[in-house]
Write a protein that binds this ligand. Structure first.
Ligand code: ATP
Ligand code: MG
Length: 455
C-alpha cells in the first residue's frame, strides 16, 4: 500500500517517540480498492498532548482536542491525527456523550461503523484487520462491525452512510446489516438536517452511483421516505401514460440513476440528480384521467418545484443550489426543439448554464421512459450543441442591445413606453428577426411607436 511521504513522516515521528501510529478508515479502504484516497486519517496510541509534543515546532491545530483530534500541517497539507478512543454511551442516536482514550488499537477500530472502514495500516507494522474488512472489500460487502442494531442505535447516520457506500462503491449490504438499517430507519429523525444532506449528496454523486442508485432507492425506499416523507405519495403511483412503463417512484429512481450517469464527476452532478429526485414529486396532486383512460399531470412541474423548495430548505441546502435545483424542476418538461428560435428563447430566459441543465434533465427523464420517449434523446443532444453555438454570439439581455434609453430618446419620450420598446427590441433580436445593430434597432423602435399611434 502506498503512503505519501508527508504521511509516512508523521507515522515515523510518532513511532520514533515510542507510540503506535497507523493510517485508518477511508484511506485504507480506498487504497485496497485501487482508488486514490482523498485524505489520510492517522490514528495513534499517543494522547493528544503527547501528539502535540511530538510535533512541537510544526504547525499544530487543536481541531477537536475533546475527541482526541489534533491537526498537523505537513507538506502544506492538514493531516488529522486522532488518539485511539472508545466512544461512551450514545443516548441520542447521534454522538457519544463522552469519549475515552485507550492504548488499544482494537478498541479504536471496534467503534468504527463498517468492517471496510475498520482496517488500519502502517508501513512498519503491516495491516491490522480484526473484523475481516479486507475480505468484505474483496467481496464488495458492507457489514457492520458488531451488532448492527446496536450500532445504528448509537449513531443513526450510519444507516445513511451504509446506503451511500453501497451506491458510491457498488457494494451490496450484508443481509443482517440491511435488515437492521430498515428496522432502525426512524432513528434518522434524530439526525441533523446538515448531516443527512451531506450524506445524501455523496450518495447521489459517488463514483459508481450511476450504476447503483436504482437498486439502493428500490430496496431501501422506506429509508428515503423517512428523510423525505413527501416521496411516500409517489410510491406505486401508476401513471396510465403512453410514455411510461414505471410507477412515479420507480421512474424517479431510474431518472436519478440516469442523471448520475450523465453527469458523473462533473460540476452539474448534484444539481441534476437532486432535480431528478424531485422532478415528479408533485405528480399525485395533479393527476387526472381523460375519457380514454390516459393519465395527465397538468402543472406538475411547477408544483414539484414548490415542493422541492420546501424540502431543500428543510434539509438546509445552500440557497444557490436550492435555486438551481428548483429551476431545473420547474422547467424539466418545457417544450424543446432543435431550432434557432427555441434555443435563443431558452438562452434569453435561463442563461447558458441553466439552459443546459434543463436539457440534461430532459435526457435523464426520457431515459427512464418508454422507447418512444428515448427516441427524442438525439434531438436533445442537438439542442445542447446549439446552445453552446449560439450562446457566445447572441444578445440575450437589454444591457447587450446595441441601443440604450439615451439612444432612443429622440423616438420615445421618457415614459413607461420606453421599457416596452426595449422589451420589444430584445424579443425581436432574441428571436432572430432583426440583427442587434444600432440603425436597425432605431428603425424598429420608430416602427413600433408609430404603429401604436403614440407619436
Ligand atoms: P470518505 O471520506 O471517503 O467520505 P470515510 O469512510 O473516510 O469516507 P469519514 O467521514 O472521513 O468517512 O470518516 C473516517 C473514518 O471514521 C471512517 O472510515 C470510519 O472508520 C470512521 N467513521 C466516520 N463516521 C463514522 C460514524 N458515523 N460511525 C462510526 N465510525 C465512523
Ligand atoms: Mg475520509
Amino acid at each position: 500500500m502506498e503512503v505519501p511521504s508527508n504521511i509516512a513522516e508523521i507515522l515515523d515521528r510518532l513511532e520514533s517517540a515510542g507510540y503506535e501510529a497507523w493510517i485508518v478508515g477511508g484511506c485504507v479502504r480506498d487504497s485496497l480498492m485501487g482508488i486514490a484516497p482523498h485524505d489520510f486519517d492517522v490514528t495513534t496510541s499517543a494522547l493528544p498532548e503527547e501528539t502535540e509534543r511530538v510535533f512541537a515546532g510544526m504547525r499544530v491545530i487543536e481541531t477537536g482536542i475533546k475527541h482526541g483530534t489534533v491537526t498537523v500541517v505537513s507538506g502544506g497539507e492538514p493531516v488529522e491525527i486522532t488518539t485511539y478512543r472508545v466512544d461512551g454511551e450514545y443516548r441520542d442516536s447521534r454522538r457519544p456523550d463522552s469519549v475515552t482514550f485507550t492504548r488499544s488499537l482494537r478498541e479504536d477500530v471496534a467503534r468504527r461503523d463498517f468492517t471496510m472502514n475498520g482496517i488500519a495500516y502502517s508501513p512498519k507494522r503491516g495491516m491490522f484487520d480484526e473484523f475481516g474488512g479486507a475480505g468484505d472489500i474483496h467481496n464488495g460487502i458492507i457489514r457492520c462491525i458488531g451488532d448492527p442494531e446496536k450500532r445504528f442505535h448509537e449513531d443513526a447516520l450510519r444507516i445513511l452512510r451504509g446506503l451511500r457506500f453501497s451506491a458510491a462503491l457498488g457494494f451490496w449490504i450484508e443481509d443482517k446489516t440491511a435488515a437492521a438499517m430498515l428496522g432502525c430507519r426512524e432513528l434518522l429523525n434524530n439526525i441533523s438536517a446538515e448531516r443527512i444532506f451531506a450524506e445524501l449528496s455523496k450518495l447521489l454523486t459517488g463514483r459508481r452511483s450511476g450504476e447503483n442508485i436504482l437498486r439502493v432507492m428500490s430496496c431501501f425506499r422506506e429509508i428515503f421516505a423517512v428523510m423525505i416523507p413527501e416521496l411516500r405519495r409517489i410510491f406505486d403511483f401508476r401513471q396510465y401514460s403512453k410514455w411510461h412503463y414505471l410507477d412515479v417512484y420507480q421512474h424517479t429512481a431510474l431518472a436519478v440513476q440516469s442523471a448520475a450517469q450523465l453527469t458523473a464527476g462533473k460540476e452539474n452532478a448534484l444539481p441534476l440528480t437532486l432535480a431528478m429526485l424531485f422532478h415528479d414529486i408533485g405528480k399525485p396532486r395533479c393527476f387526472t384521467r381523460d375519457e380514454n383512460g390516459e393519465g395527465h399531470f397538468y402543472c406538475h412541474a411547477a408544483y414539484s418545484a414548490e415542493m422541492a423548495d420546501r424540502i431543500l430548505r428543510r434539509l438546509k441546502c445552500s440557497n444557490a443550489l436550492r435555486e438551481r435545483v428548483c429551476s431545473i424542476v420547474k422547467y424539466h418538461d418545457t417544450q424543446l426543439k432543435d431550432d434557432d428560435r427555441t434555443v435563443r428563447r431558452l438562452l434569453a430566459k435561463h442563461g447558458e448554464r441553466l439552459a443546459c441543465d434543463i436539457v440534461m434533465a430532459h435526457i435523464a427523464d426520457d431515459l427512464a421512459k418508454k422507447e418512444e420517449a428515448r427516441r427524442r434523446i438525439p434531438e436533445w443532444y442537438a439542442v445542447i450543441g446549439r446552445i453552446h453555438r449560439l450562446a457566445p454570439e447572441c444578445c440575450f439581455t437589454m444591457k447587450e442591445l446595441a441601443v440604450d434609453g439615451n439612444a432612443l430618446r429622440e423616438i420615445v419620450p421618457p415614459s413607461p413606453l420606453m421599457g416596452r420598446v426595449m422589451k420589444h427590441l430584445l424579443k425581436k433580436v432574441v428571436d432572430g428577426d432583426i440583427p442587434n445593430e444600432r440603425e436597425i434597432l432605431l428603425q424598429e423602435a420608430a416602427k413600433y411607436v408609430a404603429k401604436r399611434g403614440i407619436i
